[in-house]
Write a protein that binds this ligand. Structure first.
Ligand code: GLU
Length: 448
């Protein structure tokens, strides 16, 4: 509930201006609830109009992407780059290619990215971009032509010191390679303008694993500090089967847990013997197939139609790693009734406000996305550092830095939660800790 007069006034303004952007409003509302005790303690933020400025992107870029498919037919998609906030560093955030991409979706992701990037402790502003292009069923050549057309326009707006995009849903190593090649061709410049690059051309070791591994490091640290517990012997429910889900499953297993599910938009796999990550990778990364095929290859596993069913599986820890709003109030209640006491988010905004209310009512250890999944962008930040140094760190070095960043995020979130009178609240703490750094930078830099 919004009670603070300043916060209420700014939220009403957002509702009036962006009433047609439900995902963006949802993200702002959640953050604003957490920030009430912060702005009450810091009247200088209201004086400097920090919240009014925080919810207004510095720049919204929207463009046509025309490309030719394998039949020679011209296709037109919509491209976006929303450069939200550059108070603490160059704009940074991923690109998502998915038919559900709208301005509202990119805005919610960009807004979350401001606070997430701040939490990593690295100097990165917030941005997001993408397109409603659907790479599913497209040939390699079509994906390449799309990426080249997309970058032809995007290249005018980005740069290693301006804005550094990376991947998100459906934008992985293949797409980043095509995008990087086209940027280099157009600008005749070899720079760290994108992260998530191939290891041969400036990529960082451990970037591929970073979001999933980071999610588990964060969860393990929160479990240790708040419950004196660990992954050891726990049953874990994971949704999704992309990059985040795959490496979260691998790390959870390494930490002694058993992961029993993965899913895609059609349905989910239940494997009582523990998900075989190599099979998931083969199906999703190499063959670009559907998760259904897992059940045909792994004896003892089952495929169930309907992705929501994954939340009815019994377990101790849930790691949603698919997409926004994948857990509603009803699914959250199912999780709690089935014994889940920990929900840490690998996807961005996977829990609806109703789901979060269920976690809070039932004492679930809830790790919000902007903290729990910050490992991806954190290693992107480390990739930028390596590119600037023109050297590369070993996997072990980078992974150790990632682990330490995730542990710092837990510590900083808990410290902020305590400072603002909500001890143990990882959501309020993440929002507050991420915000204060950005707000102070904004105040210091004057009215921009
Ligand atoms: N898309 C990822 C995220 O949601 C990573 C962004 C990046 O590496 O810039 O944080």
């Amino acid at each position: 509930m919004l009670t603070d007069e300043y916060v209420k006034r700014v939220y009403a303004q957002v509702e009036k201006r962006d009433g047609d952007q439900p995902e963006f409003l949802q993200a702002v509302q959640e953050v604003f609830e957490s920030l009430q005790p912060v702005v009450e303690k810091h009247p200088e933020y209201e004086k400097a109009g920090v919240l009014e400025r925080l919810v207004e992107p510095e720049r919204v870029i929207k463009f046509r992407v025309a490309w030719t498919d394998d039949e020679g037919k011209v296709q037109v998609n919509r491209g976006y780059r929303i450069q939200f906030n550059s108070a603490i560093g160059p704009y940074k955030g991923g690109l998502r290619f998915h038919p559900t991409v709208t301005e509202s979706v990119i805005k919610f992701l960009g807004f979350e990215q401001i606070l997430k990037n701040s939490l990593t402790t690295l100097p990165m502003g917030g941005a997001k971009g993408g397109s409603d292009f659907n790479p599913k069923g497209k040939s390699d050549a079509e994906v390449m032509r799309f990426c080249q057309a997309f970058m032809t326009e995007l290249s005018r707006h980005i740069g290693q010191f301006t804005d550094v995009p990376a991947g998100d849903i459906n934008v992985g190593g293949r797409e980043i390679g095509y995008l990087f090649g086209q940027y280099k061709r157009i600008r005749d410049e070899y720079s760290g303008v994108l992260t998530g690059k191939g290891l041969e051309f400036g990529g960082s070791l451990a970037r591929t694993e970073a979001t999933g591994y980071g999610l588990c490091y964060y969860t393990a640290e929160a479990l240790r500090v708040l419950r004196n517990d660990s992954f050891e012997g726990k049953t874990v429910i994971i949704s999704g089967s992309g990059n985040v889900a795959t490496y979260a499953a691998q790390k959870a297993e390494q930490l002694g847990a058993k992961v029993v599910t993965v899913s895609d938009s059609n349905g989910y796999i239940y494997d009582p013997n523990g998900i075989n990550v190599d099979v998931v990778k083969q199906i999703k990364e190499v063959e670009r197939g559907r998760i259904k095929e897992y059940a045909e290859r792994v004896p003892g596993s089952e495929y169930h139609e309907g992705s929501k069913g994954v939340w009815s599986v019994k377990g101790d820890i849930a790691l949603p790693c698919a997409t926004q709003n994948e857990i509603d109030g009803e699914s959250a209640q199912q999780l709690v009734d089935n014994g889940v006491t920990v929900v840490c988010e690998g996807a961005n905004m996977p829990s609806t406000p109703e789901a979060i209310a269920v976690y809070q009512k039932n004492g679930v250890l809830y790790g919000p996305a902007k903290a729990a999944n910050a490992g991806g962008v954190a290693v992107s930040g480390l990739e930028m550092s390596q590119n600037s140094y023109r050297l590369s760190w070993t996997f072990e070095e980078t992974d150790a830095k990632l682990k330490s960043i995730m542990e710092t995020i837990v510590a900083n979130s808990l410290a902020a939660a305590k400072e603002y009178g909500h001890e143990g609240d990882l959501m309020l703490g993440a929002n507050a800790a991420g915000f204060v750094k950005v707000a102070n930078a904004m105040v210091a830099q004057g009215v921009l």
